[in-house]
Design a protein around this ligand. Structure first.
Ligand code: ADE
Length: 264
């Protein structure tokens, strides 16, 4: 069982997301457990923030309410503070975090939190990307969603997390289609109806590799993948132009050799 403790001024923010979908099921079935603490409850006058020393308009969450909120839990576990100053979040990190039995997540607000709280109490700062959210709640939900996929039993089919983008060999997942087969003249690559598992597997790998090279060339760091790219391009040349279009590719994309120098 993976336990999470969330420190937030807005516990209601989590009500619906933690009840819905796969995450909802994980909590209902006891694979994950969550509890909350609201720093506002640890103040006399409800005031949790103040102006930054040295001036500035954005309010800073104060040390004491955060510290007392954290100390209201019997155990702290691994303390994580999502912030734009953190280390980048990734599937690799999600997999590691899914192994922690107890994680406390701090939701920042306004202009940030008093740095002394971070120095004293935070084990790791995590950033979702180079942009600023109004608060940490959306970030905490994202962390929970993405790490839950690595908690045994959360996904119905244990293999699916491995087959997705960024897992396994680190390629983007290729396109997928489902019934009905025919919609408004769109073509679906014929090989998918061949029943030939090896051919389908190869086709999916080639499509993933070429599409990753086009969209995110920096993900292909493995030299053996770089070498297989021209083979993948050759293989996809057997597709009709409609099948190529189904993949979002143009014939010229199968001639390119500048992926790792120019990108897109
Ligand atoms: N809180 C505010 N902005 C954030 C970001 N980019 N990543 C994680 N947490 C945040």
């Amino acid at each position: 069982m993976n336990k999470f403790q969330i420190i937030t001024l807005f516990p209601d923010y989590f009500t619906s997301p933690l009840k819905e979908g796969l995450l909802g099921r994980a909590f209902k079935e006891g694979l994950m457990e969550v509890s909350f603490s609201n720093p506002r409850q640890f103040t006399q006058d409800g005031r949790v923030d103040d102006y930054p020393f040295g001036g500035g308009d954005s309010m800073i969450l104060s040390y004491t309410p955060l510290k007392q909120s954290l100390e209201s839990f019997t155990k702290k576990g691994y303390v994580v503070y999502p912030s734009p100053q953190g280390r980048p979040w990734s599937a690799r990190k999600a997999r590691i975090f899914a192994k922690h039995p107890l994680i406390t997540l701090i939701c920042g607000r306004y202009g940030g939190v008093d740095e002394r709280f971070i120095r004293d109490s935070v084990d790791e700062e995590i950033s979702l990307g180079d942009y600023v959210l109004n608060g940490g709640e959306a970030a905490v939900l994202t962390l929970l969603e993405s790490l839950s996929r690595f908690i045994p039993g959360v996904l119905g089919n244990e293999k699916s997390a491995e087959e997705e983008s960024f897992e396994g060999i680190g390629l983007l997942e290729g396109p997928q289609w489902t019934r009905p087969r025919s919609i408004e003249g769109h073509q679906i690559p014929e090989v998918l109806f061949s029943g030939h598992h090896e051919k389908i597997k190869n086709f999916r790998f080639f499509a993933s590799l070429v599409l990753t090279a086009l969209k995110r060339p920096e993900l292909i760091t493995d030299f053996s993948l770089q070498k297989r790219l021209s083979k993948a391009q050759q293989a996809l040349k057997a597709l009709s132009s409609e099948e190529l279009r189904a993949l979002g590719l143009r014939p010229v994309d199968l001639e390119r050799s500048d992926f790792f120098t120019n990108g897109l």
